[in-house]
Design a protein around this ligand. Structure first.
Ligand SMILES: [Zn+2]
Length: 47
């Protein structure tokens, strides 16, 4: 099974699910990221 990355729209075999929060910090939805975008997203979280 393959997945479409939420950020770059590339199809990836491996997907990581992340939680998107809205501007009030409320859990909004789940999205899927490819490996490289997931790494970027983790770095962004850590600041
Ligand atoms: Zn991606």
């Amino acid at each position: 099974m393959s997945y479409t990355c939420y950020y770059c729209n590339q199809v990836s075999e491996q997907a990581h699910s992340i939680t998107i929060y809205d501007k009030d910090g409320v859990e909004d939805r789940l999205e899927l990221l490819c490996d490289s975008c997931y790494e970027d997203w983790l770095l962004e979280l850590k600041g």
